[in-house]
Design a protein. Sequence first.
Length: 363
Amino acid sequence: MNDNPAAIERPTAYPTAAESPKVVGQTPTMDDVARSASVSRATVSRVLAGTARVSDSTQDRVLRAIKDLGYVPNRMAQSLATRSSGLVGLLLRDPRKAAYGLLHSELQQVSDRENLQLITVVPSSSEASSAEKRALQRLLGLRVDGLFVATGVIGPEDLAPFLSVVPVVSVGRPEAHDGVYGVSYDEVAHGQMAADLLLRHGHRDIAVLATASSVSVPESMRAEAIMARLLERGATVHPVRATTFGIGAEHSHRIADMVREGTITAVAFPTDDRALDFLTIARKSGLQVPADVSVIGMDGISPAMGMIGLATVRIPIEAVADRAVTVMGDLLEHRESLPIRHERFRGHVVDGATLGPPPRKRS
């Protein structure tokens, strides 16, 4: 069908938009939209699906009719017609954390731009990987076309059963599975950046909060990279092991004791949240930052960053989200021909007020 308005012969049974009143007392249908816009039902379907070229003027008429009538597209019906729902599931770790919250917002924004419908599931943080696997099953039950996985807990082996069903894109987290397309932060490089910044400030005795990989793979990789670089450069590393997700007061109190004992002059945290928790406890303990101890975090997203001046590594959330959605769109269209890759994006260091030279040794 030629969608050039000048070439369209409007059926006499179709009233003009001005002649077609709003449907009152019942839900407007696609046929109502077609009549109001003076086009065929197939043209309305093409405008909604975005699967074929439609002239700008025709598209404008259809969209205006949709708005005037208050028509809401039936996504399931479109899915049956096109064999694609446009629905993409997102498994997200914890949107209460600033980094995950921004990632969620960016993925939603870019998905909207690319005409993908994002459905987000946040598993219970208390049940770790078992809850995440159930969440993935729920998303598949909604007949999504693809899956974004943005969590640092679920392992590569847990994703394997889903790969034969839908394309999976790992977002933000380091990916090891050769069947999962990964778009992640370069956590090894970020850990090295943090270590190098501490060394440039002259620190040689440094505590590192080292998160277990069972708690968070990204946090674990960051901490291991920090410690490896420090040891490589001849510094003394004091690992403080963390076995819980999020902040932990017991770790902060232990590090504060190490500062008072003169064991360390600086501490590196794998997230800003953990660093901010320590700053609170350090202040209550009478420690001054950076006079008594220097502190660096990682993420660079917290709203408190500007006020506190926390030294950190800013991770490239916006770039990762944009690339992940682009990759998902390509996989949905050309899954068989698109090679699986593991892409990594680097952020940058932010030197802040919480870093200074080592304190003088007490005589």
